[in-house]
Design a protein around this ligand. Sequence first.
Ligand SMILES: [Zn+2]
Length: 422
Amino acid sequence: MRTAALLALAGALVATPALADTTVIHAGAVIVDADSAPRGSSTITVTDGRIVSINDGFAPGPADAKTVDLKTKTIAPGMIDLHVHLTGDPGGDFWKGAVEPDEWDVVVGAKNARLTALAGFTTVREAGSGPASAFSLRRGTAEGFIDGPRIIAAGPSLAIVGGHGDVSGFRPEVNELLDSGFTCTGAVECAEKVRLASQNGADIIKITATGGVLSQQGRGLEAHFTDPEMKSIADTAHSLGLKVMAHAHGARGIEAASRAGIDSIEHGTYLDEAAARAMKANGTVLVPTLMAFKGVTERLGQGIYTPVVEAKIRDVADTARVFMGKALRWGVPIAFGTDAGVFGHGRNAGEFALMVEQGMSHRDAFAAATTNAARVLGMEGQIGRLAPGYSADLIAVDGNPLDDTATLENVGWVMVRGRIID
Ligand SMILES: [Zn+2]
């Protein structure tokens, strides 16, 4: 990394045009996208971070190109996780917010960005962080200062006062000190907070539309924002070219968020047929985060969570095993997201087995993490498939992930934007 920076600097000093940086990959098989049959032996040529060509057989590259031998492997598009929290590690210690500065979040995030990329996830959507930590990480991976995926970042999520996403559990004056500045009451203030998030550099607006499991508030898991507040958030975000992702558990909260024009429902735990119908009608995508439920359930009964949180986890455990399957049968569009950070970063691909357990085919689960997820981000022309002009986001695995997504839990080689992460 340092050598590359010095070479770039030297190049700038002598003012010569930069030489194209080309990598040639010899792949045993290639999956260009989730809908197509795998290609056989192929040569993928990558120049300056983009795929230039995919040709049959093993062809030599230009004289100055680097060649990567993956003749025994299958190359597939890098995966996309639409819901991660890079700046956090699992734990029930909610008081961390009072003792750890945002600078520490960036250090934790750099560690997790690398683990995420090594697990084969070349793009992630950061679903809520401190004021600037996720934005700093986003720049860090984009400029190649740190190893990690492309990051689409929300920054702090919008919440109601005292709701999931706001601070609870401390004395009032401490809650106030730790306030992120992104709670809102009423349509006008909520619109203002969306504009503020946009001004600060958010790529996406994250809201906590209902109560949540891991916060210290014990007011249930139903709708938090009013309908006019959610409509204001969705309309304001859309007017700025931003989409809205809503954390939501309760059925009426899911339905209301969908009707308000929110673009994706994160978790969606208690979704019922009426909520599913609203989502289908509005094209609202479900991001099920099944690994989150698995992760928190694994940690029950160890004194990790406070009693209020422990009770909420026990309440959602059963429905978490079936709700995605119901959504699938009701025709709700589903895309891949895990809530990594609630469980250990790097285990993201564990989500596939849980999706398959609830009735999704391996091929559809892979599509959820590639082409479908790219569409949710509005980036279907850049990522999620392998084709000339697309970002060189590649992974190497054994076998065929379209037949068995378990192979995606052992990614052996990763390239993000043309850069090999090892
Ligand atoms: Zn989350």
